[in-house]
Design a protein around this ligand. Structure first.
Ligand SMILES: [Zn+2]
Length: 483
């Protein structure tokens, strides 16, 4: 739970992840060719020889049929319909030869123009026109931070943190001490962490991050007593040297090439090492772990509390390696947690121990198109955060560093034990420190840390959030901007 910070001395060039951009595929629909039908040949059932031709039949052309070879000669009681056929004038066949603009039997894709001509409609309306009002460009919601920190809730993630999409390659080492020898096998201890940690990231990232753990199943015997390492983890360099010593011991048999992060698991019976922090490196010789020519800026050690927290401990610590701050306030009386029970970065043991929707967005696990960036009164339909599809988050920015967020939390997946489903309304403030003992908390759930229920509303500054109604698919939330 504890984490260590070392602030880079300079601003680093923020990188722009190409994966961040919205993958709006809707605009390409018209260019997609129809699926060719699969030709089954040979020995399969021949029954479907009588099937109609499975070609992509174009729709009948509803244009005025040219005077072709078979111009009908309609009788006195008939007229020539739109499609060239003869239809009874007494109306006994109202669908005969109707134009696509006809009220009955016509096509919704056609309409009369200003001249009374029946023409095809130009384009489909926007699929969600009701959301255009009050929605602004997503860039207004991409919060910044005045001076870049080693971890933060700014949209652009801190330099040297782990890539948040794709594979994250992590070596796992096992260490004991001169005065405390391991009593379990490395396999037994590893099973506390894996596969729970891998499953967590696959679920929370909607499949976008794959955690690959490479355990080196050997107890590495460190050169000092457990208490020495308990002290060492309290400083950045002490902690780095702890991890580096384990890496050096393993280096002859472990290839660190291409490795993103190193986890050193202390034997859990070393109670002197009470907890395990995250090493937040900053690059270069001083700010890295080094092996096989690799400069590795993210590392974690475990302590005796591993057996208490179980497989959700590493997802909390790796959250820091991804750039996420703590969301608890150890040093603030009466404010133990800012977001519990809704975030693992607050309380590993909570009833809904995942990452908040905002955090998932800045980790590029949600697309920009799944965020409504709001600047006027509007109504949004939020789908549960635990499922991949749909609009996930309403964000109302007050400034470039401060916003209100709303998301839907249901008893699904890691939220299954949630006592109260509903709309979680919370503040994000990148200038409010990084949790733990630092600052007032960069994220805080409003409404006394309770989810808003249908029919309830709350007001923060000039924003009133009303939970209008809920369905199996989504929660309908009205955001009112008060002048
Ligand atoms: Zn932490």
């Amino acid at each position: 739970m504890f984490r260590r910070l070392l602030y880079p001395l300079a601003f680093f060039t923020l990188f722009v992840s190409v994966l961040a951009c919205s993958s709006n595929t809707e605009g390409n629909e018209s260019s997609q060719e129809p699926e060719p039908s699969v030709q089954v040949n040979g020995d399969t059932d021949s029954a479907d020889k009588t099937s109609p031709e499975p070609t992509a039949t174009p729709e009948p052309e509803p244009t005025a049929t040219p005077e072709s070879e078979e111009t009908p000669n309609c009788g006195e009681d008939e007229y020539e319909g739109w499609t060239g056929e003869c239809c009874p004038t007494d109306g006994s066949n109202s669908n005969c030869g109707v134009s696509p603009c006809h009220k009955i039997g016509g096509s919704p894709d056609w309409e009369y123009d200003d001249n009374g001509e029946c023409v095809e409609k130009e384009s489909l309306p926007d699929p969600e026109p009701q959301q255009l009002s009050g929605i602004q460009d997503i860039s207004a919601c991409k919060l910044t931070i005045d001076s870049e920190e080693a971890i933060s809730l700014a949209y652009e993630r801190p330099t040297y943190r782990l890539d948040s999409t794709g594979p994250v390659e992590t070596v796992v080492l096992f260490a004991d001490f001169t005065d405390v020898s391991a009593t379990q096998t490395t396999e037994e201890v590893f099973s506390i962490i894996s596969p729970g940690a891998e499953d967590f990231f696959f679920d929370q990232s909607y499949g976008r991050l794959t955690l690959n753990l490479y355990p080196h199943h050997e107890w590495l015997h460190l050169s000092g007593q457990a208490a020495n390492y308990s002290e060492a983890i309290k400083t950045y360099y002490g902690h780095r040297d702890f991890i580096q010593e384990a890496m050096d011991l393993a280096d002859a048999s472990v290839d660190f090439t291409g490795i993103d992060s190193v986890l050193v698991v202390s034997t859990p019976n070393a109670t002197q090492v009470g907890y395990g922090p995250t090493m937040i490196g900053f690059g270069g010789t001083e700010g890295s772990l080094i092996a096989d020519g690799m400069f590795i800026t993210n590392g974690v050690t475990s302590g005796a509390d591993l057996t208490y927290w179980g497989d959700l401990w590493y997802p909390h610590e790796m959250g820091h390696s991804l750039g996420l701050p703590d969301l608890y306030g150890a040093s603030i009386p009466g404010r133990a947690g800012f977001t519990r029970p809704f975030s693992l970065m607050d309380d590993i043991g909570s009833s809904a121990p995942g990452y908040m929707g905002y955090s998932r967005w800045i980790l590029k696990w949600l697309d920009d198109t799944q965020i409504a960036c709001i600047n006027g009164t509007t109504t949004v339909s939020l789908t549960p955060l635990a499922i991949p599809e749909g609009l996930k988050l309403a964000l109302i920015p007050f400034s470039q560093t401060h916003a209100l967020a709303v998301e839907s939390r249901r008893q699904i997946g890691y939220d299954s034990d949630l006592a109260r489903e509903g709309a979680v309304v919370y503040l994000v403030n990148t200038e409010n420190g990084v949790g733990g003992s630092y600052g007032e908390g960069p994220m805080e759930v409003l409404n006394d840390a309770q989810a808003l229920l249908p029919g309830e509303s709350l007001t923060y500054e000039n924003v009133t959030v009303t939970f209008e109604e809920t369905s199996t698919e989504a929660d309908i939330i009205q955001i009112q901007i008060n002048e």
